[in-house]
Design a protein around this ligand. Sequence first.
Ligand code: 4AD
Ligand code: MG
Length: 477
Amino acid sequence: MKVSSIAKILASDLILQEVTIKGWIRTFRSNRFIALNDGSTIKNIQCVVDFENTDESLLKRMTTGAAVSIKGTLVESLGKGQSVEVQVTDIKILGDSNPDEYPIQPKKHSMEFLRENAHLRVRTNTFSAVMRMRSALSFAVHQYFRDHGFYHVHTPIITGSDAEGAGEMFRVSTLAPKEPLLKEDGTIDFTQDFFGKETNLTVSGQLEAEAYAMALGKVYTFGPTFRAENSNTTRHLAEFWMIEPEVAFCELDGNMDLAEDFIKSVLTYVLEHCKNDLEFLDQRYAKEESQKPQAQRSSMGLLEKLHFVVDHTFKRVSYTEAIDILKNSKPNKKKKFQFPISEWGADLQSEHERYLVEKYFKCPVILFDYPASIKAFYMRLNDDGKTVRAMDVLFPGIGEIAGGSQREERLEVLKEKIKAIGLDEKELWWYLDLRKFGTAVHSGFGLGFERLVQFATGMANIRDTIPFPRTPQNAEF
Ligand code: 4AD
Ligand code: MG
C-alpha cells in the first residue's frame, strides 16, 4: 500500500479503501481520536483508534508531536468537523515525543515563545500555513517572470561593491579577527585577505543584474540579501530575500506597470492556489485584529485586503505632490508625526507612507520622482536637476514593499553622481563600462520577499515570515 498525503486523500474519493499515512500527532483525545497532520495541508485527518484492542503502552506513546505511520480504512465520518476519517487497523510509532518536554502543546503560544522555538514552530497551524504560502509565492514569482520573457540570473552573494552606497554591510573575511594585518597607516591590509580586497555580503543584486539586462534584455534575480542596519522593527531583517527585475529599453512608466502587474499576479496566484491556508490565516487575522483597540484595527479582513489590491489600480503620485498632501495633513498640523514634514526634500518615514496609503488614498500608492539627495547614485536625474526617476511602491500595513528606478544611462552624468557621493569611479569601472558600450535606457526595482509574504499572510511581524529570522542580537539556529 502506497503512502498517501493527507491533502491527496482529502481531495480524492477513496472511501472504503485502505490508506497508509505518515505524519505527526497534533492531539490525541479520549484514548481514541488522533488528529494527524503531515504538512501537506493545514487540515488534519482524524484517525480513530480501536483502543480496546490496542496495547496500553502503545496508547501512552500517542502523544502530541510523535511521528507515526497509520494504516486504516477511509470511511465517512459521523463526527462534527470532518467529512472523512481513518478507522485505524495498524499504527506504528516512528518517533516518540515526550509530552513533558515537547514545547509545542495544543494551546496558544506567544509569538515570542515560538520564535525561540523556530525549529519547531512550523508544526503549528499558523506557521505551516505561512510557510506553505511563502513557497507558493516563490513559485508564483518564477512563473510570472518566465511567462513574461525574463531570464533568471544568479547574482553573487559575496561582492566587492556597495550597491546602495549605504555602507550597512556585513564584511566577508578570512583574516584572523584578533590580529588583522595592518598597513603602515594603521588600516587593515585587505590585500592579504582571501579575495585580495575588501568584500561584503551583498545588499542588492541590482548592479550585476543591470549588466545582464544589457545583454539578455529582461532579467531578474531572486536571492538572499544582507543589511547590517540596526533596525529592530516589524519590517526589517538582517537577512532577507529580494526579487529584482531589470529591463533594458524600459522607462520609469514601464517599470511602474511591471511592478503593479507583477504584484497583482503573484497575489492572484495565492488567492487561487492557497485557499485553505488563506481561509485559516483570514480567521486568525480577524481574531488578532479584534484584540486591538478600535482605533488601531484594520478596516479590512485579510482576504478583503488581498482582493482590494488585486482589483484596484495603484495610485501614482509624485513625491512633490505627496509632500504637499503631508504638509497639509491633520497629523502633521497637530504634530502627531514623529518626524514632522516641513519642507520639500524631507525623507519619508514609514508613518508618512502609511498615512498616504491607509488614510489619504486608501489604496496602494506608487510615489515617484524623489529628490536626488535622498536616493541612490544610480537613479536617472530628471531635467529639473534636482529629482531622480525613482519609485517606491507603498502598501497598507507595510509601507514600502518595493523600490526602484530608471537607471542613469548617461556616462558623464553617472560619473558626476559617483564623484558627488565620494565614491571612487575606479571601483565601479565595470558598471561604468555598461554606459560606455551600447548604453541604453533601462529600469528595475527590488521587492522585499518577506514584506510580500507579510502582506499576503497578515503576519504582524516580518520575523514570522521567514523560517529562521536573522535580526540584531539573534542568529540562533
Ligand atoms: O529600497 P531598497 O533598498 O532597494 C534596493 O536595494 C534596490 N537596489 C532595488 C532595485 O532597484 N533593484 O530595497 C528594496 C526592497 C524594499 O522596498 C523592501 O521591500 C526590501 O527590499 N527591504 C527589506 N526587507 C526586509 N528587511 C530589510 N532590512 C529590508 N531592506 C529593504
Ligand atoms: Mg527603498
